[in-house]
Design a binder for this molecule. Sequence first.
Ligand SMILES: *Cc1c(COP(=O)(O)O)cnc(C)c1O
Length: 390
Amino acid sequence: MSEHLMQTYARQPVAFVRGEGVWLYDEAGDKYLDAVAGVAVCGLGHAHPRLARALCEQAATLIHTSNLYRIPLQETLADKLCALSGMDRAFFCNSGAEANEAAIKLARLHGHNRGIDNPAIVVMEKSFHGRTMATLSATGNRKVQAGFEPLVGGFVRVPFGDADAVAKLAEYHNNIVAVLVEPYQGEGGVQIPDADYLVKLRQICDGNGWWLMLDEVQTGIGRTGRWFAFQHSGIRPDVMSLAKGLGSGVPVGACLASGVAADTFVPGKHGSTFGGGPLACRAALTTLEVMAEDGLLDHAQAMGELIKSNLATALEGVPGVREIRGQGLLIGIELDRPCGDLVKQALARKCLINVTSDNVVRLVPPLVIDRDEVNHLTAVLADLIRAFLA
Ligand SMILES: *Cc1c(COP(=O)(O)O)cnc(C)c1O
């Protein structure tokens, strides 16, 4: 391990040098089934031939020009994302945190435009929005914030999944401009709210003139079996942030907006040197193309159901398994005790899994995972969980 890396990660002692589909190969040539997918990033799996070809071609043609000029691939990607989501305009950046920064700035600017000089944004307990100063301040996890005070102000926090708590805020705050929420919480332990949660939030926002801003950094781009998780509930947000799965591993983020929100930024108000460059946009466009042509939304939905039913059968009646839940290929298995050790145990069995919120095994495999691969993953995992809880 290099002495010259800042110690920001507790890494597993393994390095992958090559990948193919859901499989990763280490330096010794051993292969691992990857149910982490770069943390919900590599939707097309590793080394997808079409993505690889598109990136090689693009790198040999043009990588970067800056936003001082028109970027046709960025325009095409904006058109495509708006067509898929029903949103009106996109701003491109390079990560989830940056996409949320854009959303937060947009909401604050909207407040100021309406004469609210201390605009506040409603955020949720157990939420995760990123590691920049504004996004870690919006995040509902003290571990992410501790040591970085003073935090950025202007956030009001309520429990996730509780629409009434959001509605109540209107009684004693007159400076709220927006609600920022993940449709399903990922880092917060794969939390799935009631099916009508977003519908209720939409109504509350409409009733008070607030924006509904969805952090779909983890849930977007097919992860939950639809292009965007909000499409399970039939509403449309004012603002939506995307990143993780958008470029299938090439860094690209986006903040999409509809209605008034789409026209709130004017030249000079926001920007990014790298955002929306030709290479990243080519990666995103190819990702969306392959997903549509290969029917990966329905496939993700079907494979997610298979994972849940396999695990439900294999773990039926096992004491210590609290809940198996999820939507599409965002799946959590909540145990009654901290289970970080399972990551190492799974690694020894050549499966990559992730544990979040201390006691929730999170599965976010590539969307291309097939039936046999699912059956292998769930067999190994059920084995490990049963032994771990015994
Ligand atoms: C991962 C994640 C982020 C942060 O994305 P980065 O690309 O790491 O900045 C923000 N919001 C959600 C919901 C995420 O899952």
